[in-house]
Design a protein around this ligand. Structure first.
Ligand SMILES: [Zn+2]
Length: 475
């Protein structure tokens, strides 16, 4: 910890920090300078991402467009990006202005950057133990390294549904770390014993209003056991920049004291969260597997359900009739096998996993608004399969439907954040005026969805916010 004891007034200090005029102790200045040097962009040519600076516009010529909405590619077209958005799309040639970088697409496919709607940027490369008890600096650096890989897999946006991610997001948005856009939830809000309460029994009893536990201190989780406590926790996340709020409305697999079948919050507690989020123009999403947990959440005004793997037919019908979102994940078997055979967690994982296929069938049957995500946890190897997990959706959907879900449809879910969206503008589509998050694919992913499973080879250009982070055509 750096001591600010030389400053006379802590309140005055925080005011100065907002204005960006903090007189930092010398040591900190030196450390920041070093950090800036270490974070300098890598030289192009290596496997490192390289931002092609210098041109304020990029013109893609000779591309066929998958626009994130329709199931067929466009005729051969040109797409002009200026600044961070798409200025013009035309099947007639567009003349490049002075200083415009021209990319000859060679008939390849130009598509929107991919969106993962259920991601935990802080919880991929760390271990469960380290996530709660480890060194925060190290956890952030791990997450920064993973964020770069995430973008280089073609994922230009993630919806982060739990974890202390605000610092990482800030560093990415400032250009210090390379990574995707992040829609942060901040801490997972849980009841005592709920999914996300990773305390030991020796931590009990909790004194309401007492000192927070380590997991709460670092912003990973927040325990709330009354409507008033829920409101405080929700507002704490909003104050830090949460674009949506995540509560765990039912039991979870990885939590030690959280049976799958339980309903965690009361309806009044969930409603308090919904009100606080709505007052900020955004929404609540809940982790829930069972019909009971889902039905209570919907009664409380929750508008997005994560998982839903153990719901019955009537609950699926209710989700559809209320226009509630279902954020689904085709959980790969490897995620289940990460839990030791014979453990409580493994038994819970097996039970939940068996419901995945049925839930996709229900989502299709009732035409539920369905988002796609991966929910990779504690495995860099599985994260590398992010595109392959997306492609595995062809068990239930056509390749075009899969690609639309991971672009245009997921972006509609992101748009529920309203004015709390950190990135005003349209995502997930290739259309005039939309934000320029684009992939140039060597082939037609609608004809061959497996292309998205090998992004290193097949995504020859990756653009986020108008900046090119990968371009193998020019080398
Ligand atoms: Zn999750």
């Amino acid at each position: 910890m750096i001591s600010y004891s030389g400053l006379s007034n802590p309140v005055g200090f925080s005011k100065m920090r907002v204005l960006g005029r903090v007189r930092r102790p010398m040591l900190l200045v030196a450390a920041l300078t070093l950090a800036t040097l270490l974070a300098a962009p890598a030289q192009p040519g290596a496997a490192e991402p390289s931002i092609e600076a210098g041109s304020e516009a990029t013109l893609f010529q000779n591309v066929r467009i998958f626009d994130g909405k329709s199931s067929a590619l466009s005729a051969v077209a040109s797409v002009l990006v200026r600044g961070n958005s798409i200025e013009r799309i035309s099947t007639s040639p567009i003349a490049p202005g002075a200083g415009t970088l021209v990319i000859d697409g060679g008939g390849r496919t130009l598509m929107p950057g991919l969106i993962d709607a259920h991601w935990h940027a802080m919880l991929i490369r760390t271990t469960p133990g380290n996530a709660v008890f480890g060194d925060v600096g190290y956890i952030n650096l791990l997450a920064g390294a993973e964020a770069k890989d995430t973008l280089m897999r073609g994922f230009t946006t993630v919806r982060d549904v739990g974890g202390p991610v605000f610092g990482l997001k800030h560093a990415i948005d400032d250009g210090i770390v390379v990574g995707p856009r992040i829609y942060p939830s901040g801490a997972m809000i849980t009841v005592t014993s709920g999914h996300g309460d990773f305390r030991q029994l020796s931590d009990l009893p909790r004194q309401v209003g007492g000192p927070p536990t380590r997991g709460e201190l670092i912003g990973g989780m927040a325990i709330a056991d009354s409507p008033d406590e829920v409101r405080v926790r929700v507002r704490e996340q909003l104050m830090q920049g949460a674009s949506q709020i995540k509560l765990t409305a039912g039991g979870g697999v990885s939590s030690p004291f959280s049976p799958i079948d339980v309903v965690a919050f009361t309806e009044a507690e969930l409603r308090a969260a919904v009100e606080a989020a709505q007052n900020w123009g955004t929404y609540v999403t809940v982790h829930a597997f069972t019909s009971d947990a889902i039905q209570q959440a919907i009664a409380a005004g929750v508008t997005c359900i994560e998982h839903g793997f153990l719901m019955d037919d009537a609950t699926a019908k209710l989700i559809a009739s209320k226009g509630v979102w279902l954020s689904l994940q085709p959980i790969p078997k490897e995620l289940v096998q990460g839990f030791p055979v014979g453990s409580v967690q493994r038994a819970k994982a097996d039970e939940v996993w068996s419901g995945v296929a049925r839930t996709y069938e229900l989502a299709k049957k009732y035409k539920i608004k369905t988002a796609w995500g991966t929910d990779v946890l504690f495995s860099q190897a599985l994260a590398q399969q992010q595109g392959a997990i997306l492609a595995s959706l062809v068990r239930w959907y056509t390749p075009a439907e899969v690609l639309i879900m991971a672009t245009g449809t997921n972006a509609q879910l992101l748009a529920m954040s309203g004015k709390r969206s950190p990135y005003p503008g349209k995502l997930g589509v290739v259309e005039e005026g939309a934000l320029a998050d684009l992939l140039l694919v060597d082939g037609n992913p609608i004809a061959d969805i497996k292309l998205v499973a090998d992004p290193g080879k097949n995504f020859v250009l990756i653009m986020k916010d108008g900046k090119i982070y990968k371009n193998t055509l020019s080398h």
